[in-house]
Design a protein around this ligand. Structure first.
Ligand SMILES: Nc1ncnc2c1ncn2[C@@H]1O[C@H](COP(=O)(O)OP(=O)(O)OP(=O)(O)O)[C@@H](O)[C@H]1O
Length: 306
């Protein structure tokens, strides 16, 4: 089959729109899609210090590589830094952090590492050990990680964060919030730029599908840690992930379609209320105190009760 762009020999299906492409055209198309999001959503301005959240996983490894390439190729003028969070998950984050250190060497970017233990007094494994039931810890972990990324980005004196969220992540969030009838958060994750109250969060791969990201990482032979998090089997996200996985076999570009619906619904349901600042830590909060401070408070109580 001929490549849909250059008529050369096609080797890869571009999952976002189903076109068959050769390897160089696939790389170019994927990188152009990220550049398009950066420009269309005005994510960055020249001279900005960008803290890339790097976990050692495929998404942030691809993001770091593509931002590094685009910054050079298009003279974006970005001062790229890396921020990594060690949640304290034995057999998972320790190995993926080793990958982050190798990335630091490869791209020669400054790196800030913050740990849950250092910031909140307990690792995720410590928090799990205090629980008597197998409750999913992923939402608490996500809340604390967001806060830790903010602390790390402040330490790096970053103007903006760049995170590796993709279209599948956004679609999973839309489906999860639909199932919970959480209309206030329906559009959460569907925007490429959020959180003006503190350091904003940009998602340059927001319109890239997971399939294309995995293919890009594989064909570029990027170094990343592929093992799933120890706690992943308990994650609520497995439900929407399974739905999207099943639909992906029969509907082209399904994550992008679900994401578009989330965007439309969130605009229609927008009440105009914007988050303020937490009175304890200064992070973003919908109430007086942010989710991270509430999680830390609950964990402290658990630890005292032994
Ligand atoms: N431990 C971490 N340290 C720094 N940044 C992180 C960490 N975990 C997640 N992030 C950032 O948040 C983004 C979304 O994380 P999430 O866990 O939802 O996705 P993921 O698919 O596991 O990402 P990745 O493949 O990069 O690990 C990541 O791409 C990365 O930019």
């Amino acid at each position: 089959m001929p490549c849909a762009i250059c008529n050369g020999k096609a080797a890869i299906k571009y999952a976002s729109d189903g076109r068959l492409l050769c390897k160089p055209c696939f790389f170019q198309t994927f990188e152009d899609a990220v550049l398009h999001t950066i420009e269309a959503d005005s994510l960055f301005t020249p001279g900005q210090r960008v803290a890339i959240g790097v976990s050692g996983g495929k998404d942030s490894s691809v993001l770091t590589h593509v931002l590094f390439v685009l910054n050079e190729r298009h003279s974006l003028g970005l001062d790229l830094h890396m921020v990594a969070i060690d949640e304290g998950i034995r057999g998972y984050r320790d190995d993926s952090l080793a990958c982050v250190y190798r990335m630091q060497e490869r791209y020669s970017l400054p790196l800030v590492v913050k740990s849950f233990k250092g910031l909140f007094g307990a690792s995720l494994d410590d928090m799990d050990a205090r629980r008597t039931t197998e409750t999913p810890l992923c939402s608490e972990c996500g809340v604390l990680r967001r806060n830790a990324l903010l602390v790390g980005s402040r330490e790096a004196q970053a103007d903006i964060m760049a995170l590796g969220h993709n279209a599948d992540d956004a679609a999973e969030a839309v489906i999860l919030n639909l199932m919970r009838a959480d209309t206030a958060r329906l559009g959460r994750g569907t925007k490429a730029l959020t959180g003006g109250a503190d350091i904003p969060r940009a998602k340059p791969m927001h319109r890239c599908t997971q399939r294309d990201i995995v293919m890009y990482a594989h064909l570029q032979r990027l170094d990343y840690f592929a093992t799933e998090c120890t706690y992943a089997p308990r994650a609520l996200r497995n439900v929407p992930r399974a739905i999207l996985g099943a639909a992906g076999g029969v509907i082209q570009g399904v994550p992008l379609k679900v994401m578009q619906v989330g965007e439309v619904l969130s605009r229609r349901l927008d009440t105009g209320t914007r988050p303020g600042l937490c009175e304890r830590c200064g992070g973003m909060a919908s109430g007086r105190v942010c989710q991270a401070c509430l999680v830390v408070e609950a964990e402290g109580k658990r630890a005292r009760e032994g």
